[in-house]
Design a protein around this ligand. Structure first.
Ligand code: SF4
Ligand code: SF4
Ligand code: FES
Length: 207
């Protein structure tokens, strides 16, 4: 077992655990988007940011991929973490300003405006769909294509891949492929109406 401190509590964790798994085991809430139990972590969204103090030095890191280490102190809700988390939510919202999931995160963590220019890409490049298709569905029908601002998820040559079984798992797992927000938003503002939203169906009807 590894001994560490999380939010001022001395805890013990299995050597194979990540900081996120240890925190969740002890009931400490850390928000995540690109992490999904059973899929390999890629630490692409950075939402699970925590402050880690070791040897008197502090740094921010993604908790979903950081292994627990003997003697470290982890702060999941320090001023530094809260500020970083808000900026990350703002950046994600700029990519998908109408996402209910992101709007709910904004409400929960006190983000009330987006300072970055919104460009509705419909994707935060979290890679969950790619990993779900490859690791759980064993299909490998989709992947990332292009680089930089053109980066997106697609099937090879943008044509239907024969390996795709149309299982819908990629859509199910996507944190932003939901019905667009219906709230009365002004450009650059967040309506926060999603606080009253009902839970979405896993496979919403297209009609
Ligand atoms: S619907 Fe197709 S692309 Fe999506 S997870 Fe299933 S097999 Fe993969
Ligand atoms: S389509 Fe959805 S699940 Fe796939 S990378 Fe984009 S945001 Fe993530
Ligand atoms: S949940 Fe850890 S980086 Fe996305």
């Amino acid at each position: 077992m590894v001994k560490l401190i999380i939010d001022s509590q001395s805890v013990e964790a299995e050597e194979t655990w990540t900081v996120l798994e240890a925190a969740r085991y002890y009931g400490i809430d850390i928000p995540t988007l690109c992490y999904y139990e059973g899929l390999s972590p890629t630490s692409s969204c950075r939402l699970c940011v925590v402050e880690v103090i070791r040897g008197g030095r502090s740094r921010l890191t993604a908790s979903c991929s950081m292994p627990v280490q003997e003697g470290i102190e982890v702060r999941t809700n320090s001023e530094r973490v809260r500020k970083a988390r808000k900026v990350i939510i703002e950046l994600l919202l700029a990519s998908c300003p109408n996402s209910r999931t992101l709007q709910c995160l904004a409400s929960k963590y006190g983000v009330t405006k987006i300072r970055f220019k919104p460009e509705d890409r419909g994707c935060i490049l979290c890679g969950l769909c790619v990993r779900m298709c490859e690791e759980q569905m064993q299909a490998g029908a989709i992947g990332f294509v292009y680089r930089g601002v053109d980066r997106e998820v697609a099937m090879p040559f943008h044509t239907r891949h024969e390996a795709c079984r149309e299982c819908g798992a990629c859509q199910f797992i996507c944190p932003v492929c939901e019905m667009p927000c219906q709230g009365p938003m002004q450009p650059g503002q967040l309506c926060n109406a999603c606080l009253d939203a009902v839970q979405l169906e896993a496979f919403p009807s297209k009609d």
